[in-house]
Design a protein around this ligand. Sequence first.
Ligand code: PHE
Length: 369
Amino acid sequence: AKSEAPTTGAATTGDTVWIGHIGSLSGNDAVFGQSTDNGTKLAVEEQNKKNGIKGKKVMLKTLDDQGKPEEAAVAATRLITQDKVSVLLGEVASTRSLAMASIADSNHIPMVSSGSTNPRVTKDGDKTRPYVFRICFLDNFAGTVMAKFVTENLKLTKVAILRDVGNDYSMGLAQFFRETFQKRGGEIVAEQSFKSGEQDFKAQLTAIKGKNPELIYVPGYYAEVSLIARQARELGMKQPLAGGDGWDSAKLYEVAKGALDGSYFSTHYSGDDPSPTVQDFITRYKAIYNTPPDTLAVLGYDAAKVAMDAMDRATELSGPAIRDALEKTKDFKGVSGNVTIDADHNPIKSAVIMTIEQNKAKYTATVQP
Ligand code: PHE
C-alpha cells in the first residue's frame, strides 16, 4: 500500500514517542482491560530498556472505556487529536474495536487490536480497513475449531446455542459455529439469546432444557458465562458447555465454582505450553505482577511488541509510514505464536482447546489453521 500525507498524529518530537492504549479497566469485563494493560506496560518497559524506538523513549497513555463502545470511540479521538499518539493499541472486545476502527482510519493512525476476533474489525464490507490490524486469529476459525471438536472428538450431534445479542463477537462466533456444525451433520435443537450485563438466564435455560441438547454452546464473556453455568446446574442441567476465548479469565472460575467442570473452550494461549518463549515470559511477568499472565496479558504484550517493532522499522514515525511497516510484519516471534500480517491485516495463528477440570482450565489440544 502507498503512503499518503499524514494528517494528525505524527507529533513525535524530541526524545519521546507516544502510544495510546484503550481498554476496559473498569466495567463488566474489567479483567480484559486490566490484563491487557499489564502486558502492554511490560512490553513498553522492555522496549525502553533496549533503547526505545529509534532511540526515543516510549511513553504509554492508557484510557479506560469502562467496557462501553461510545467511550472507546471518545478515547480514540482524544488520544489521536489531543495526545498525538503515533499508534493506538486496543481494544479486546470486537464491539469496541469496531467503534474505534473508522476513527483510526480517518485520522491515518494505525490501530493494533490484541484480541478482537470478529472478521469485520479489519474489514469494512469487502474492503480491508487501511489502518486497522490485529494479532489474533478470527472467529470463523474459532467457531470451526469448536464445531469440529464437538462432532469429531466428543461425537455429539444435538446442540443448543445461547448467545449475547449485545456483543458482535458472540453473534459472529455463534454463526460460524452453527455453519460448520450443521455442515457436519449436527442439529441445533434450540437457540436462545441474552444481553451483556444481564444476570438471570433461567428463562432461556429452561427453554433449552426442554429440547434436551447434549451440549450448550455459549459464545460469551466470562461474567455472563459463569452465571449461566451456575444457573444451568441449579436447574438440574448436566450438559457440558462449550465456548470461545471470551471465557478466558481467572474470574470465570471464581464465580463458576466448579459449575463448568467437563466444559470446553477455544482460546489463544495456554500457560502449559513448555516452549522457552512462553515459560520465560511467565517468569518475567510474575516477577512484576506476582501472578501468572492470562491470555489477555499475553495478547496485550504481543500487540504492543508488534506495533513497536513496526515503528522501529518504519521510515519515519508518521501514521502512514508505521502502517506500511505493520503491513510488512513477517514471522514476528510473539509469546502467543508467530505473527505474519496478511493482505487483510490479520495473522494466521493456531488455537488451543482447554477442558475445565476441578474448576481449572487444562490444555487439551492445539488446532492448526
Ligand atoms: N475475542 C473477543 C472479542 O472479539 C475478546 C477476547 C479475546 C476475550 C481474548 C478473551 C480473550 O470480543
